[in-house]
Design a protein around this ligand. Structure first.
Ligand code: ATP
Length: 237
């Protein structure tokens, strides 16, 4: 599969605090790739740096061969990367449908937007049932569906999701995982930050393990799941 994203030697941080120390990571078209690691390792910062929300200090981020490490958030979105942030960040006072339409705000192909609304409603029927409800009054799992669907509404080439399962019941995580597999089956590449390593390994074909701002290990999830150090540190066995 052709390469979609290639990150090399990426460093980033906040003020005097450096968080990322030379990250190398790649995502190929059609993959689901996970980024795992403990609290504070820098996973969120990595996604925010790819999105242009945090400035890259050194290194490169190539997306479809194009350097985007200096691009701002709108430019990164327009290039084809959608970011579903931790905590979902839906707009209060706006309906589910209006939140979804905001995901498409950069698009000019208005006729296609309705088709994509139908697509995400098929994917997550609950959102269709609740389309007129204030999105922020839904359950955590429903809000996560809405946030993912909003990401899809931008028609990205890469969907990045921060903390898919945080605070959600197992049955809901299962539903979301099924949704993501279906989306991926339709051709969308997914880069996922996930606290729960079991969930991450079940969904993704490859994973990168981040420890204190560096990639400590990377590889196929079936191999990582058998790695004694990973099992001890992250799977509690
Ligand atoms: P978690 O899963 O707990 O969010 P993480 O791996 O996503 O962890 P980050 O949120 O990227 O980690 O945080 C990495 C480090 O950067 C932490 O030490 C954190 O305190 C620091 N940090 C994050 N955001 C800021 C900020 N806005 N200003 C200063 N430091 C920050």
């Amino acid at each position: 599969m052709p390469e979609l994203l290639r990150i090399a030697g990426l460093t980033a941080g906040y003020g005097d605090v450096q968080v990322l120390w030379g990250i190398d990571l790649d995502v190929r078209e059609g993959e689901i790739v996970a980024i795992v690691g403990s609290n504070g390792a820098g996973k969120t910062t990595l996604l925010r740096t790819i999105s242009g929300l945090v400035g890259a200090r050194a290194g490169s981020i190539l997306f479809e061969g194009r350097e985007i490490s200096k691009a701002g958030p709108d430019e990164v979105l327009a290039a084809g990367i959608a970011h579903v942030p931790e905590g979902r960040r839906l707009f209060k006072g706006l309906s589910v449908k209006d939140n979804l339409l905001l995901g498409a705000y950069l698009r000019r192909d208005k006729a296609e937007i309705q088709n994509d609304l139908d697509y995400v409603f098929d994917l997550f029927p609950r959102l269709k049932e609740r389309h007129s409800q204030d999105a922020t009054t839904m359950s955590g799992g429903e809000q996560q569906m809405c946030a993912i669907a909003r990401g899809i509404m931008s028609r990205p080439r890469l969907l990045m999701i921060d903390e898919l399962s945080l605070g959600l019941a197992p049955a809901l995580i299962e539903r979301l995982s099924e949704g993501l597999k279906a989306i991926n089956g339709n051709g969308l590449t997914i880069l996922l930050v996930e606290q729960d390593v079991m969930t991450a390994f079940e969904l993704a074909s490859r994973a990168f393990v981040v420890e204190t701002g560096r990639i400590a290990k990377a590889g196929e999830t079936v191999v990582l799941a058998d790695d004694p150090a990973i099992r001890q540190a992250y799977l509690g066995v």
